[in-house]
Design a protein around this ligand. Structure first.
Ligand SMILES: Cc1cc2nc3c(=O)[nH]c(=O)nc-3n(C[C@H](O)[C@H](O)[C@H](O)COP(=O)(O)OP(=O)(O)OC[C@H]3O[C@@H](n4cnc5c(N)ncnc54)[C@H](O)[C@@H]3O)c2cc1C
Length: 563
């Protein structure tokens, strides 16, 4: 069990209150979709940590999966998703995802998202690894940007949505067993209580816990840590997806080379030019991400190199320029032309399959709290996410969470107007009294390095990277036990560090529990999938971790066939 204090703040500052019907923490695809839906029924406030459109959603490249082709079917999309999920995807969640996708794509297009088309009636559909048909709806290689821009414009124009940029949510507030909002820091560094009838966490994933990542630096799992401290159940935290092909820029940041580059015929080679994936897996470059990632790791180990090459040079320059304009432009800025030169790439953290456990309407185990997008664990992705199912999950389940939160807010309205409103006024004062000061909390302020991001990244890569073992995980857990899980209210970066350290502990804790290899979780001491682990590991503050049997049938065990 991961021991954590109830609040990240060493003491809760006195803070003025503002009220809203539905509060959404996060302004990526999930948060904005939830906000737009909730705003049909309620006043909505959306918090964004940075300036819009800063989010992983805006960086998404490849596209959105939807079974739209005559040769494709929802059944095939479901089957592909279940295979990638390696037995842990919830079939009802997957069915909701897949069946709602085609109408959603048409709706987004009608709202102005300029998806590419073959002709007036048909979207141009791309192919990506793990998909048995062409089904990736896209806007060049900047799909996330096009979708996010549209959602932001709609939210900005909506009379019932208030968008607050540069706000850091730190701790959920509760009253009488119900989440009633959040304590957040405004851009001037002043604290405010935002009280809401329903709160939706849509704060994204945690890829930036690792050094080389495709994610935005803010993707540190802060919302997940917040939910855990408040007592929400988290599931599947051990499942981290590493994207096989990330280019390290001269500044040392990760720049993702989309799956579609392999879908269109890109070949992985060792630095000596040898193609290695067919010998590793019959699906070669189009195998699921975890398999390609381990194939690349094996090739890197065999050659003693820190990268492999993604070769597009045999493809026509017209195809490369047409499909990957953003990638071409970015790599040329780095002095590399992908039309003529293979791209050095390595696996990097990309996506968190686990998160705050929800039902199909985004409700968490805590009354008043919902979650959507990468921060949530709806059960769609199981042990491994299929490419281009994530933006889709944000849209489908963001909408569901927004609707359900607004409905719950309406139901709670009477109570709030009477007893709870008065109670909420007192929440900060009450919680202040209950919260021990830093000196009284034994597990806090043990360790806080100045360059904590690099230090944390080193621990995570060593212990909970693509290749794990019990010994390394234990070493990681010990190292993380020294990290502070609290910070002073004046110390914004310290709050971030403490949240990041807690999310890191939850990932390592989940990985230690799962004594098998499945999907995005590979342990060299338990290299096989085990029937006893056809289940989800659930972690909740103050409770021993427990296991919930998966409702999905045992998978076609493709993921380890060639390992
Ligand atoms: C480079 C890249 C390419 C990708 N390509 C694809 C693709 O082609 N197709 C696909 O389906 N998926 C893709 N993904 C995955 C997908 O983009 C993400 O999983 C998805 O966008 C997550 O959306 P979200 O709304 O949950 O979170 P995000 O879009 O990450 O948004 C999180 C929001 O929460 C806010 N936030 C975080 N912490 C706090 C806090 N403490 N207080 C207040 N606000 C906070 C952030 O500011 C941000 O507004 C890609 C991801 C990356 C990184």
């Amino acid at each position: 069990m991961i021991d954590a204090p109830r609040y990240v703040l060493t003491h809760l500052p006195t803070a003025p209150a503002r009220r809203t019907g539905v509060l959404v923490i996060g302004a990526g695809a999930a948060g904005l979709t939830a906000a737009l839906t909730a705003a049909e029924y309620a006043e909505v406030t959306v918090l964004a940590r940075g300036a819009l459109p800063e989010s992983n959603s805006a960086w998404a490249q490849g596209g959105i999966a939807a079974a739209l082709d005559a040769a494709d079917s929802p059944h095939a999309h479901i089957a592909d998703t279940l295979v990638a999920g390696a037995g842990l995807s919830d079939e009802a969640a997957v069915a909701a995802l897949v069946y709602e996708a085609p109408a959603l794509m048409r709706e987004l297009a009608a709202h102005g998202v300029p998806f590419e088309r073959d002709d007036e009636a048909h979207f141009a559909l791309g192919l990506e690894g793990g998909h048995s048909a062409r089904r990736i709806v896209h806007v060049g290689d900047a799909t996330g940007w096009a979708v996010t821009r549209q959602l932001i414009a709609e939210a900005q124009a909506h009379p019932r949505i208030t968008l607050l940029e540069g706000w850091q949510a730190a701790d959920l507030l509760d009253s009488a067993g119900r989440v009633v909002g959040v304590l957040a820091r405004d851009p001037e560094g002043c604290w405010q209580r935002i009280l809401a009838g329903a709160t939706i966490i849509a704060s994204g994933g945690a890829g930036a816990l690792y050094g080389l990542t495709s994610n935005q630096p803010v993707a540190l799992g802060e919302g997940i840590a917040m939910a855990y401290r408040a007592g929400a159940e988290l599931a599947d935290m051990e499942f981290v997806q590493f994207h096989p092909t990330v280019y390290r820029t001269r500044a040392g940041q990760g720049f993702l080379i989309t799956e579609a580059a392999r879908g269109e015929g890109g070949i992985l080679r060792t630095p000596d030019g040898d193609r290695f994936m067919p010998a590793y897996d019959p699906r070669a470059e189009l195998a699921p991400r975890d398999v390609v990632t381990r194939g690349i790791y094996a090739a890197m180990r065999a050659t003693g190199s820190d990268h492999v090459l993604l070769d597009l040079t045999h493809l026509s320059s017209k195809l490369i320029e047409h499909h990957f304009p953003t990638i071409c432009a970015r790599l040329r800025e780095e002095g590399l032309d992908p039309v003529t030169t293979p791209i050095p790439v390595a696996p990097a953290s990309h996506y968190l399959m686990g998160g705050i456990r929800t039902d199909l309407e985004g409700a968490t185990s805590l009354p008043g709290l919902f979650a959507a997008g990468e921060a949530a664990c709806t059960g769609v992705h199981g042990a491994n996410r299929l490419a281009s199912n994530s933006l889709l999950e944000c849209l489908v389940f963001g909408r569901r969470a927004g609707g359900a939160a607004a409905q719950q807010m309406q139901n709670a309205k009477c109570k709030m107007q009477n007893a709870a409103a008065a109670e909420m006024q007192n929440t900060a004062a009450a919680t202040h009294e209950q919260t021990p000061t830093a000196r009284e909390v034994p597990f806090c302020i043990l360790h806080f390095a100045l360059d904590w991001r690099s230090e944390l990244a080193a621990i995570m890569v060593r212990s909970a990277g693509p290749l794990r073992s019990g010994d390394e995980l234990l070493a990681g857990a010990r190292a993380l036990a020294d990290w502070s899980l609290q910070a002073d209210p004046d110390d914004s970066d310290g709050i971030t560090a403490a949240n990041a350290a807690l999310t890191a502990r939850l990932i390592v804790g989940g990985a230690l529990l799962r004594e098998e290899s499945r999907g995005g979780h590979f342990r060299s001491d338990f290299p096989r999938q085990r029937d006893t682990w056809h289940a989800h590991a659930v972690q909740a503050r103050g409770r021993a971790p427990f296991v919930v049997a998966s409702v999905a049938p045992q998978p076609v065990a493709l993921a380890h066939a060639a390992d």
